[in-house]
Design a protein. Structure first.
Length: 302
């Protein structure tokens, strides 16, 4: 946990004081449950910085922020001593829910520039809703370590896609209704498994079908909302009644992280969207892809 200790010093303060995990979870008899919002000021700053980065990247690259959010929210919860079986699933659920807010903020900025292709959104959304609900149930049924491995491979795959930047054949177009419904189901299921907004599949899919990159990014931002909404409902329903959940949790959703990250990311997502329309983002994608490889390796080694 060297990376987490370096980036999030307040999270390990409890460990340095020798606080056991059982105390953190409030499992001792007569233990007083802390308030859901009773968190350290430095932790608030760290969550706010995470929200600023994920919101900006959501607008700039259309990635939804889950590739950064899930690892670091996992670090936060694990360092608090919560059961390992829950931490990754809670990070995924919290990541999905924040995408509900970053998507709305980002898509408004893209829509103003005419970058959202709403006919494509309408075609893909039914499959996305179904796939997201199913994917959430599959995720909670998997062991936490298995979900961690899946997330690491997802991050590595996304990084590879950014590096390759393949160009489509000029003759390719979007498939028919059945094809787009099926593709929507794949996007929704995989996204809810890993807590992402689906851009890692939807943007390459649309550009492969000769949708211009800025239109693909803007349309992907609009698709993030149905993915996040359906996935969030699935994780909340599946996590009801579980023991030793962190205070402030609703099912697998961690409310303190959601509120802080969302409030900040809403402000930075439009800035990322404006930046995307003013610059060539391809070189930046390669740099970000290298960071994703490091995150994937760390998640596997952890």
């Amino acid at each position: 946990m060297v990376l987490a200790d370096t980036l999030f010093p307040s999270l390990v303060s409890g460990r340095s004081r020798g606080i056991p995990a059982s105390a953190a979870c409030g499992s001792e008899p007569g233990a007083t449950q802390p308030s859901p919002m009773n968190i350290e000021p430095l932790l608030i700053v760290e969550l706010a910085l995470l929200g600023a980065c994920t919101g900006f990247l959501a607008g700039l690259l259309g990635i939804g922020g889950g590739m950064l959010m899930v690892p670091f929210v996992t670090f936060i919860l694990a360092s608090k001593g919560y059961p390992e079986e829950y931490t990754v699933k809670m990070a995924v659920a919290t990541s999905l829910t924040t995408i509900c807010f970053t998507s709305l903020s980002s898509v408004r900025a893209h829509h103003r520039r005419g970058a959202v292709l709403w006919p494509i959104v309408r075609l893909l959304t039914p499959g996305i809703l179904l796939g997201s609900l199913v994917g959430a149930q599959v995720a909670v049924a998997l062991p936490g370590k298995t979900l961690s491995i899946l997330f690491a491979f997802f991050v590595a795959f996304s990084a590879t896609q950014m590096f390759l930047d393949r160009k489509p054949k000029p003759s390719r177009t979007l498939p028919g209704r059945l094809g787009t419904f099926s593709m929507g189901g794949v996007i929704g299921m995989v996204s809810s498994l890993v807590g992402a907004g689906g851009a890692f599949i939807s943007v390459p899919f649309m550009t492969w079908c000769n949708v211009k990159i800025h239109h693909a990014v803007g349309t992907s931002a609009a698709l993030g909302f149905p993915i996040a909404l359906a996935g969030t409902l699935g994780y909340i329903w599946a996590g009801q009644g579980l023991p030793q959940m962190p205070p402030g949790s609703i099912g697998y959703l961690y409310l303190p992280g959601l509120l802080i990250i969302s409030l900040v990311s809403i402000c930075t997502a439009p800035l990322g969207a404006r930046t995307a329309h003013r610059m060539d983002i391809r070189p930046l994608k390669k740099v970000f892809a290298a960071v994703l490889y490091l995150l994937a390796a760390y998640f596997l080694l952890r």
